[in-house]
Design a protein around this ligand. Sequence first.
Ligand code: PLP
Length: 456
Amino acid sequence: MLTNDILSQWDRENFFHPSTHLGQFARGEGAQRIVTGGEGCHITDRDGNRLLDAFAGLYCVNVGYGRTEISEAIAKQARELAYYHAYAGHGSEASITLAKMVMDRAPDHMARVYFGLGGSDANETNVKLIWYYNNILGRPAKKKIISRWRGYHGSGLMTGSLTGLELFHKKFDLPLTQVIHTEAPYYFRRPDLAMTEADFVAHCVDELEKLIAAEGADTIAAFIGEPVLGTGGIVPPPAGYWEAIQKVLARHDILLVADEVVTGFGRLGSMFGSDHYGMKPDLITIAKGLTSAYAPLSGSIVSSAMWEVLARGTDENGVLGHGWTYSAHPIGAAAGIANLDLIDRLGLVENAGKTGAYLNRAMAVALGDHAHVGDIRGEGMLCAVELVADRETRTFFDASATTGAKVVGAMLKRGVIARAMPQGDILGFAPPLCLTEAEADHIAGVTAEALREVLG
Ligand code: PLP
């Protein structure tokens, strides 16, 4: 077995890590962790640490670590048929079965699922399908996509453009011109503190209407949004938001894409966020929770209305020119089947709702009266704690102080992984859906201790 020193050196000399400060890492200044295993909500590393992973990897290991039901399904599939493509009507028992399982769980008005590999490529597929759809309908100018500031939809060229976070645009020449952004449904950061939630929803609607009027509805194809803003700060929408937004979209014949990469398959305590908030999307993006990240797999679920136009398009134009070598990969599909079975068998959707609410309450009890906690919010097994310099005036800390990252660092010393969200001093929590109440109490207790260490 390689020694830690050698691995660490090879890592710094050869491995180009995603979302990493490249210079610091290469110089040996940035954090490095070599993960070796995991069980339930915990991971272990080469230095002998056992950490409670309160972010489930990147909010994806929904069933928890070390589930042999899934690893055995993967091994069995690899032995029987590790790969065959899905072009031109080919499939495997696993990919066909998983498609059926996904569609059985999806909202009733959805018709088919296209499988990809990750959330970014699924959203890339969505945009292509939307453009194709409008071309078939004879609306070649109706192509722009509206996304929200602080939305996260991936980090490709188009999906990085859809993402509304500065870090993902800066120095990359993004966003591309076909993407336009509107107000984030972020009540805590409302422009005027005097606004009620209803006022703020009216403000979001107004901003959207103004954008549509300025650009022209005949140039706008779709609106994409996560049911709950994720990477942008873990922000549940204000009451009535989705209902009001959908009315505007319907009036202007603008499609809705629900990006359920985080919320799909149970994280909110409902199978889909679309069910949770009464959304009726034309496309749903799925990834993470589809396999609990035991193997890469994503999907674009297409509505019946859209499917009919796409199918007509191929009657008129021939084969759909879109596909990846690894679309519907049998190993990912086998992982997906075992994962969805496990979610059902363990009642994890229900537990996400119940224990998630417990975690949110525990956090409020442990931190609610701290002078630098401005907001504690969440839905299902999602929770965020937003830090402020001054509670009364809602003044934020200077970003250069990296206050949120310091609290997350103090938590790590105590064996709990939270995520310092990328824009703002926001502590993010998205544990596996199998979290217990005792683990929730532990996360809340450690957060409070870490907060006191950093902020007094
Ligand atoms: N959409 C949402 C809502 C996400 O949270 C993410 C990733 O965090 C993506 C898309 C992109 O998925 P991936 O990183 O698998 O490309």
